[in-house]
Design a protein around this ligand. Structure first.
Ligand code: XIL
Length: 488
């Protein structure tokens, strides 16, 4: 196990519901029992980094990272400070991970993964099946041989990162501008190659979100957007596993923010998938376009996060267009401020925050959670999904090791004396953690302001009975660690 495993919980739920119960006297009783002062933070306080500001509404703000740049301290300092989701710019692409058939090389991908998770940042996987950046041996394949190579690649890569990533871009850029399928060696293996990729991916790692990712699908009236939309609709109707659509959002080189961008996001979301802006850059960093694309995401509850395609202008694949949020010297640009302000405007309690669940909580009497002193994360590294499997939760510093049992009813139950504790109940009593939409395998993101937000669902870690946007405090069994959770 890595020293700093990913945030990952096997907490699962059967219904759309908040997760942990603070019943009876509620938070006040817990606070009193712990004998410490409750300090409710100002929910309207503006955050000073992109990641923390996005987290206020349950979202993330990410960047693409190049492994070769991590040794530059200006670069890595900004990246670690501002962002809480990381995409490998090139290091998890097919040519990087399987340079020779059957021989995987995860060194650069792992370098980025380890750098991110050691800092408590999540990682998006990019990308498994793509017409570009294939290793030479794959480029020369076709037909059933290429189809099998694609399947083998997905299985090999996903096995390595199983349970560790927030999402995978399973298929990238498979459509033409007119909405037809792009001609490629992968398309030549049969029109079903995309759904085969997704089915393979789901089987390889059932816990990671599976995304289709593309560019020029931001304008709702554009042919390519409609082509992708129709595929997602078809997949959902036939049960092909897909969880999310990534809109690259390269507003550069002639394209710009369309007025109907929010319509596009909400239309995809209405199909039952999350949406994310995955590779944002904007020619000359237009402040209005940056603010507009950010606001469009904030206005759509299932828009779970935004990733910009690089840190400084000088790091961009289109550096000549100065399209990012930091200049070559690492200074914040005007576009940075426009994004930060938009994110802060959608903080706790703001109507644009993802809606809370309205379903009543399940029965049970869990009243407090034993958190790690670091308050960093809840993690089940590499845990199987088999009911009854005993798993361990680690904090991000590897300090706290708590043992849990995933029961047949998909609850995490107390095991031993280091526990998620239901006060007044003995060891072994069940407590329940629910994501707000009841999704299995919710991942949690502890933000710099101490709040926790869901990553996979983009929803919240919810304390039933507290008001929207209200922050509550949860104490460990010894009253040592105060961890704040925000209902968003
Ligand atoms: C780009 C990288 O930024 C470059 O460093 C590389 O040379 C080519 O690929 N769409 C995608 C990304 O999905 O993977 C691409 O990244 C940019 C366009």
């Amino acid at each position: 196990m890595a020293a700093s495993p990913p945030v990952h919980s096997t907490g699962s739920a059967k219904r759309r519901s908040p997760w942990l119960r603070l019943l009876g006297g509620g938070a006040a009783a817990v606070i009193a029992a712990a004998g410490v002062m409750a300090v409710m933070p100002d929910a309207s306080a503006a955050e000073s980094t992109l990641g923390a500001a996005a987290a206020q509404s349950g979202r993330y703000f990410g960047t693409a990272i190049a492994a070769s740049r991590l040794s530059n301290s200006t670069y890595s300092t900004i990246a670690a400070r501002e962002f809480n989701m990381i995409t490998a710019e090139n290091e998890m692409k097919p040519d990087a991970l399987q340079p020779n058939r059957g021989q995987f090389n995860f060194s650069s991908g792992d370098q980025i993964y380890n750098w991110a998770t050691q800092r408590g940042l999540k990682v998006r996987g990019h990308t498994l099946a793509w017409h570009a950046q294939q290793p030479g041996w794959m480029q020369s394949l076709s037909g059933s041989s290429l189809r099998q190579a694609m399947i083998d690649h997905i299985n090999g890569v996903m096995a390595h990162y199983k349970g560790k990533l927030a999402a995978w871009d399973v298929v990238n850029e498979a459509f033409n501008e007119d909405g037809s399928r792009r001609t490629s060696n992968l398309q030549g293996t049969g029109n079903d190659w995309i759904e085969v990729a997704f089915r393979t991916a789901r089987a390889a790692d059932p816990s990671v979100k599976l995304c289709y990712n593309d560019y020029n699908i931001e304008n709702w009236s554009y042919g390519k957007t409609q082509g992708v939309y129709n595929m997602i609709r078809d997949f959902k109707s036939r049960g092909v596993p897909i969880d999310c659509v990534g809109l690259q959002t390269h507003f550069t080189g002639g394209s710009s923010l369309p007025g109907n961008f929010q319509t596009t996001l909400s239309s995809f979301a209405a199909l039952g998938v999350d949406v994310a802006l995955t590779e944002v850059d904007v020619t000359n960093s237009s402040t209005s376009q940056y603010a507009g694309l950010t606001q469009a995401c904030l206005n759509v509850p299932r828009c779970i996060g935004i990733t910009v395609w690089g840190v400084r202008d000088s790091d961009s694949w289109r550096s000549g267009e100065n399209p990012l949020l930091f200049d070559g010297n690492g200074n914040k640009k005007a576009a940075y401020t426009s994004v930060l302000n938009a994110l802060n405007s959608a903080g706790p309690g703001n109507p644009t925050s993802p809606p809370p669940s309205t379903t009543p909580p399940p029965s049970g009497d869990g009243t407090r959670i034993v958190g790690s002193q670091s308050g960093r994360c809840i993690d089940v590294p590499g845990a199987t999904q088999t009911n009854g499997t005993r798993v361990q939760l680690y904090d991000c510093n590897g300090q706290a090791q708590q043992t849990w049992t995933l029961t047949s009813s998909k609850q995490l139950t107390v095991y031993g004396s280091r526990c998620l504790d239901a006060a007044g109940s003995g060891n072994g009593s069940a407590v329940q953690i629910y994501s707000c939409n009841g999704q299995a395998n919710q991942q949690w993101n502890v933000n710099t302001n101490g709040t926790i937000t869901g990553v996979q669902s983009g929803r919240c870690l919810d304390v039933w009975g507290s008001g929207n946007g209200q922050q509550v405090q949860i104490y460990d069994c010894n009253g040592q660690a105060n961890q704040r959770f925000s209902r968003s």
